[in-house]
Design a protein around this ligand. Structure first.
Ligand code: T5A
Length: 212
């Protein structure tokens, strides 16, 4: 028996997070863990999905200032946390989240340059000491990630930012994941089959250590 956990998948656009979420879910199923909630951030509640649309929208005559963007990210996160994540974890359900607060540190902190102390203040006000049990960081070069994203859909307001923005965001991710012992880093520049194999290996190893 393993107690239910909160697992987060992080990385730049096109890193393969959506694919990785399904991969983690399948591995959990193999461990007879069937009670799983998959969520994405921002999003996964009706209000948070509306906030997501607003954040991703390209405006002709207006644009989100960075502080507005930060607050919208947190508004969506709190809505999801209170409405879905917290109740699920309380009821023994495993939660896999496509992004969480590390995205805010990397994008709004590293990419947009908002001071870390402002972001950590928001985090401690609303998430308190809640942290993921495991974060899988898919490290992809911005160029490769954006090429993948572009092949799939037209770019949204964040994806349309400069390569420099994504380089700063990645730098911030790399700096932070090094400090966090609960993070596994996967080279997501490799082909999807190898990435999947590497995620599987790491997750199985992590789960085996948790089995009582
Ligand atoms: N954001 C979010 C913030 O700025 N701050 C925050 O706090 C939060 C929570 C969310 C946006 O919001 C920002 C970040 C984002 O810009 P989104 O559409 O959810 O918007 O953006 P992403 O989360 O980045 O989603 P993507 O779909 O773009 O990226 P994924 O999920 O990492 O990539 P995925 O799995 O959909 O794959 C993309 C394509 O690449 C292929 C896939 O098949 C797919 O076609 N692919 C690969 N191809 C070759 N080799 C591989 N290894 C591949 N892996 C995937």
């Amino acid at each position: 028996m393993i107690k239910n956990k909160f697992i987060v998948i992080e990385g730049l656009e096109g890193a393969g997070k959506t694919h990785a979420c399904m991969c983690v879910k399948n591995i959990l199923n193999q461990f007879s863990i069937k009670n799983i909630l998959l969520v994405r951030q921002p999003g996964s509640t009706p209000i948070a999905e509306d906030i997501r649309k607003l954040i991703k929208k390209k405006f002709d005559t207006d644009n989100l200032i960075k502080e507005t963007e930060l607050l919208l990210m947190y508004a969506a996160r709190i809505q999801l946390f209170e409405k879905k994540i917290k109740p699920a974890l309380k009821n023994g359900i495993w939660v896999i989240s496509d992004r969480h607060d590390l995205s805010t540190l990397a994008y709004q902190g590293g990419g947009l340059g908002i001071k870390k102390k402002i972001i950590t203040k928001l985090k401690s006000l609303f998430l308190h000491d809640f942290i993921p049990d495991l974060t899988i960081y898919l490290d992809v070069s911005p160029k490769i990630g954006l090429e993948r994203a572009l092949r799939r859909n037209p770019l949204d307001s964040i994806e349309s930012r400069s390569l420099e923005f994504f380089k700063k965001t990645r730098k911030y991710y790399l700096k932070n994941v090094k400090l966090d012992q609960k993070t596994i880093t996967i080279n997501a520049n490799l082909n999807i089959k190898t990435v999947t194999q590497n995620i599987t290996k790491k997750i199985l190893n992590w789960l085996n250590k948790k089995v009582i």
